[in-house]
Design a protein around this ligand. Structure first.
Ligand code: ZN
Length: 241
C-alpha cells in the first residue's frame, strides 16, 4: 500500500493504475465530491518521479496564491446568477477536470462561469473561451506566428481552461486538430479543463468524427475521459459518471 497521505475527503479505490514515472501499478485514490466518489487525478504514487511532479504542482499552487489581483471578467448575466459552484470548484482543486454536459438551459455555462469566478478570486489564471473563438483567432488574417504562439501558450499554461459549448461548431479537420493540440498540451502539463457540451463524451467523439479523422476524435475523447469527471445536467438532478 502506498505511503502517500490522502486528503480527508479521499480514500484508496480498488482500481490499479500504472504510474508513468515508475511503471508500477498502484491503487488509484478517489474523492468524495458533489455527493459521489470520483476517481482522483493524479492517483497518486510513491516514487521519486511522481513526487517530483507533485512538488512542481505544489510550487505552481504557491505561485498562484502569491499572484496579485485576479483578472477574470465575468459577464454580468453570469455574475448575477445564483448557482452554488463551490463543490465543482473543489473538484477542480483536487486535480480533476470537469465535463458538464446535457441539454440547453440546464445551467452548465452558468456553473462553469461560477467555477471560473471562484478560482480566479483565489488567484488562479482562468481562460474562458470556445473552440470557435480559438479557431477564429488562429485563422485571423492578422494572426502571425507570434500571436499564435502567445495564444497557445495562454491556452496551455493557464491554471484552468474553460471550453464552453464544445461540439457546437461544425466539425472539421482543422478544428479537430486544434482541439487535439489544446487537450493534449493540457494533458501533458497536468492542468485541468472544464468543458461544457450538449454531447456526452462518447457522443462528442462521434460528433467530431463527422468532420475529422475518427482516430483524432477518439484520441480527444480518450484524453478527456482521463482528464475529466463527466457530470450530466438534466435540469433537475446531476449525475456523475
Ligand atoms: Zn510511480
Amino acid at each position: 500500500m502506498s505511503r502517500v497521505k490522502l486528503p480527508p475527503n479521499a480514500r484508496w479505490s480498488n482500481e490499479l493504475v500504472t504510474c508513468p514515472y515508475c511503471g508500477i501499478a498502484s491503487p488509484r485514490a478517489e474523492a468524495w465530491v458533489c455527493g459521489r466518489w470520483i476517481k482522483m487525478l493524479p492517483y497518486p504514487c510513491d516514487c521519486a518521479g511522481y513526487r517530483k511532479n507533485l512538488a512542481r504542482v505544489e510550487q505552481r499552487e504557491r505561485e498562484r496564491r502569491e499572484r496579485a489581483e485576479p483578472r477574470l471578467d465575468v459577464p454580468e448575466r453570469f455574475e448575477r446568477a445564483e448557482v452554488d459552484a463551490s463543490s465543482y470548484a473543489e473538484t477542480i482543486k483536487t486535480g480533476l477536470g470537469l465535463y458538464l454536459w446535457g441539454g440547453n438551459g440546464n445551467g452548465k455555462t452558468t456553473t462553469a462561469w461560477g467555477v471560473a469566478g471562484i478560482l480566479a478570486a483565489e488567484g488562479w489564471s482562468v481562460e474562458v473561451t470556445t473552440l470557435g473563438k480559438i479557431g477564429s483567432s488562429v485563422s485571423d488574417t492578422y494572426s502571425t506566428a507570434d500571436t499564435q504562439d502567445a495564444l497557445f501558450r495562454k491556452l496551455s499554461r493557464c491554471d484552468l481552461l474553460v471550453l464552453d459549448d464544445l461540439g457546437k461548431e461544425k466539425p472539421s479537420e482543422t478544428s479537430g486538430a486544434l482541439l487535439y493540440r489544446i487537450v493534449n498540451e493540457r494533458y501533458e502539463a497536468q492542468r485541468q479543463m472544464l468543458i461544457t457540451s450538449n454531447y456526452s463524451r462518447g457522443k462528442l467523439a462521434a460528433r467530431l468524427a463527422e468532420g475529422c479523422a475518427p482516430s483524432t476524435a477518439q484520441a480527444i475523447a480518450s484524453r478527456l475521459s482521463e482528464m475529466t469527471a463527466a457530470i450530466e445536467f438534466t435540469g433537475t438532478d446531476r449525475r456523475i459518471a
